[in-house]
Write a protein that binds this ligand. Structure first.
Ligand code: ATP
Ligand code: SF4
Ligand code: MG
Length: 338
């Protein structure tokens, strides 16, 4: 059985401009010791999906339906008190900007000690020892001294390490990392990703890694879900996805992986056009306004997420044979895709 099973999750927000359908029927599962990558352009519903798992989208204007099964219980219908017990201790989350999750007025060591003591009945000195151990294991130099630092006294990379140390000290079953390295420079990015990998390998923590970067997915993830307009368009084990991607949107993302010699600004416009408004989602296939293929049914009916081969799900009206043929011809046009 999967460790976490998301089943037909819908999340919408009522706003002044209309109802934002941020997540529209997402089903995903995460197995123990696996890393699931969620990729997609800005506004595809990645963060809302992740935040809903830990109950962070329960705003008065939000409507949430579907199920998120964890350890035999449904997190969607769970009351806030029980969910608070799970958040942090069993499902930890780290964000792009660690400053937003660290309290500015408390020393970082103290914050980790408190986080441990909220969830576990351990004496302060034991919690402190565990904190220093955790700070050490994420590569923070002189952790005994750093224990007494304030967040603003640390660099962005160090703060992200502190967040990972906090996650590590609590030994969660699942770590959700939402763009954990976007704000960091390249070398620090690599170190933080290595730490997350180590956390998984050493403690068996399952990871959900949200990123714009397919390169990171290729390097880190066991399974991949490609999201667009609140939906999963393609989902497969990593090797399957990179060997034979079958969705036109995924092809677009792959074509836009920046070359190392390309300037950073090239990352900004991956596919012609932009993602749709989530208030007025296109009829039929949500990707059709940007898709170069568009068989007629795509304009009217939304394709279901269907199994193209074992473990490989694709939401597209084209037949598997057509998709294979198109991918092959794309590869012959663009050698970089091979
Ligand atoms: N509390 C909220 N109220 C209204 N709309 C929201 C709220 N939270 C998120 N949204 C909207 O939901 C949509 C999905 O947002 P989400 O943050 O999940 O995207 P994302 O895939 O994480 O994008 P990014 O890559 O930019 O982080 C966006 O259109 C966003 O504006
Ligand atoms: S269903 Fe049609 S429009 Fe949508 S991705 Fe497939 S080919 Fe493109
Ligand atoms: Mg996001």
């Amino acid at each position: 059985m999967a460790l976490l099973e998301i089943d037909d999750l819908h999340v919408s927000f009522k706003t002044m401009d209309g109802v934002v359908r941020a997540v529209a029927g997402v089903s995903l599962s995460l197995d123990a010791r696996r890393t699931l990558g969620i990729v997609g352009e800005s506004g595809s519903g990645k963060s809302v999906t992740a935040q809903t798992i830990v109950g962070l989208t329960r705003f008065p204007n939000a409507k949430i339906s579907g199920r998120i099964m964890f350890d035999g219980r449904d997190l969607v219908s769970m009351d806030a008190d029980h969910l608070r017990d799970i958040r942090g201790a069993r499902i930890a989350m780290i964000f792009q900007d660690p400053l937003s999750s660290l309290h500015p007025f408390f020393k970082v060591g103290h914050q980790i000690v408190e986080a441990i003591r909220v969830h576990e009945d351990v004496p302060r000195d034991v919690a402190k020892r565990r904190t220093i151990e955790a700070l050490r294991s994420v590569g923070i130099p002189s952790p005994e001294e750093r224990f007494d630092s304030f967040p603003h006294e640390m660099s962005g990379g160090m703060r992200q390490r502190v967040m990972i140390a906090m996650a590590l000290a609590l030994r969660p079953d699942i770590l959700i990392a939402d763009e954990p390295t976007t704000a960091l420079d390249v070398t620090v990015q690599a170190q933080v990703l290595e730490l997350i990998q180590a956390l998984r390998d050493d403690f068996g923590t399952a990871v959900i890694l949200i990123t714009h970067d397919l390169g990171v997915v290729a390097q880190m993830c066991d399974d991949v879900a490609v999201m667009y307009a609140g939906r999963v368009l393609e989902q497969a084990p990593r090797e399957v996805l990179f060997d034979g991607p079958q969705h036109p949107y995924t092809w677009g993302l792959l074509q836009s992986i920046p070359r190392l010699d390309a300037p950073r600004s090239d990352r900004l416009s991956p596919i012609a056009g932009s993602p749709p408004s989530l208030i007025n989602v296109p009829r039929g296939c949500t990707f059709h306004p940007r898709c170069p293929y568009t068989p007629p049914p795509a304009l009217e009916t939304e394709p279901p997420l269907e199994e193209a081969e074992p473990g490989h799900l694709v939401r597209c009206h084209l037949s598997v044979e057509e998709r294979r043929r198109l991918w092959q011809s794309l590869q012959s046009e663009h050698p970089a895709l091979r």
